[in-house]
Design a protein around this ligand. Structure first.
Ligand code: GLA
Length: 383
């Protein structure tokens, strides 16, 4: 049992006097390639990671939900049918209440429960701690209320919670991978149809997360601004989403766009092509090609989409030149947080310590660098 599971179970036992009736979990994620493509109806290639949110719980018969947060040392009790609309911006309980709201909006009758929630996905690092808490909450409600579990449908409701209750206009990637992740695989997700395909990592490779230890404030406004720029570009081409613009068409007509919008569109359109090519490389087991595509993706995010910061560029540069590396790029929403690298498995530990040391030498920050396996999506565990 992991440390987190143990803490959640032991805390449940001491607060409620019995073992939990069940434990649910949902993972964070790291995106291998396909950034800011999801809300353009394009392709993404994330995998679920071995960091997650867990909830130890038991059903309750008065309809109320009471949750103690291990991470915030706070208990909140609420009735899903008469929730106060807090929406104060990012409080942990809002993700849970938002999920309850979205489930009810979809017509599900919810039963109550009580329990303990905890997580080890770093918050604000670009590894989707918010999708993890949303999907763990969805799993908890589904289990106690006997709701059918359809990963894509639950992901859409979680996205709705995040968009409309929490108020962050994210795409569908994070919720989809947290709901539908497959152990040992990344998922190529078509964010228009929500069809997905599990693709294996190339043989003898490891995925390494490189947390720069930088976090960016005001990331929501920068994110929403990128969305608007993409919408403006799609409108210029007269299509619903940038997914519908082919590379040849972009090249032929790009002159009509202003320089900033042109760069944003160039990132999204080229990133979609890179993501499909990356999945193809993975099907062939071609680590070299996958790594090159990751490197190219970083350049595109740095120069065209402009969502990296100095720390991310530094980290990626150090990772890319290491002999164990196939490729590296920033991952997630951007402006701080994490990069991801694909490395030779037998040299992964050496890579992690060398890159961490090189990064500290370069800018004085202490990063977190660790190998992650690809985990399964949201699930129920009996204690
Ligand atoms: C955040 C959002 C996702 C996606 C990424 C960028 O993680 O939650 O929907 O847009 O940024 O790829």
């Amino acid at each position: 049992m992991t440390d987190l599971l143990q803490r959640a179970t032991a805390t449940f036992q001491s607060r409620f006097g019995t073992p939990p009736a069940l434990i649910v979990r949902a993972p964070g994620r790291v995106n291998l390639i396909g950034e800011h493509t999801d809300y353009n109806d394009g392709f993404v290639l994330p995998m679920a990671i071995d960091r997650q949110v867990v909830i130890a719980l038991r059903p309750r018969h008065d309809g109320y939900v009471a949750v103690y947060s291990l991470d915030f040392d706070e208990t909140v009790e609420f009735s899903p049918v008469e929730m106060e609309d807090r929406r104060e911006g990012g409080l942990w309980i809002e993700y849970m209440q938002g999920m309850a709201w979205a489930l009810q909006e979809a017509g599900h009758a919810l039963k109550g429960w009580e329990g303990v929630v905890g997580g080890d996905v770093p918050i604000g690092a670009g590894l989707s701690s918010s999708a993890a808490i949303e999907l763990a909450t969805a799993r908890a409600f589904a289990e106690v209320s006997n709701l059918p579990w359809h990963p894509a449908q639950m992901a859409l409701l979680a996205q709705r919670a995040e968009n409309e209750w929490v108020g962050v206009k994210t795409g569908i990637m994070d919720q989809m991978i947290s709901a539908a992740g497959v152990a040992g695989r990344a998922l190529l997700i078509d964010c228009r149809s929500l069809a997905f395909e599990a693709v294996p990592l190339p043989p003898e490779t490891s995925v390494v997360i490189l947390d720069t230890a930088t976090r960016r404030e005001l990331v929501t406004s920068a994110y929403n601004e990128r969305r608007e720029q993409c919408e403006a570009a799609a409108a210029f081409f007269g299509v619903p989403k940038l997914r519908d613009v082919s590379w040849p068409r972009f090249e032929a007509e790009q002159e009509g766009l202003d320089p900033v919008t042109r760069r944003r569109a160039r990132h999204v359109i080229s990133e979609n092509a890179r993501t499909e090519a990356a999945a193809e490389a993975m099907r062939r087991g071609d680590a070299t090609e996958l790594g090159l595509l990751m490197d190219a993706s970083h350049v595109s995010m740095r120069d065209d989409f402009e969502i990296t910061n100095d720390a991310l560029n530094m980290m990626v540069a150090i990772a890319q030149v290491h002999p164990a590396s196939y490729g590296a790029r920033m991952t997630g929403g951007g402006f701080g947080g994490c990069a991801v690298a694909l490395v030779r498995a037998e040299q992964a530990a050496q890579f992690a310590s060398d890159v961490a040391r090189g990064y500290t030498a370069a800018n004085g920050l202490t990063p977190a660098v660790y190998v992650t396996p690809a985990a399964a999506g949201a699930s129920v565990m009996k204690p």
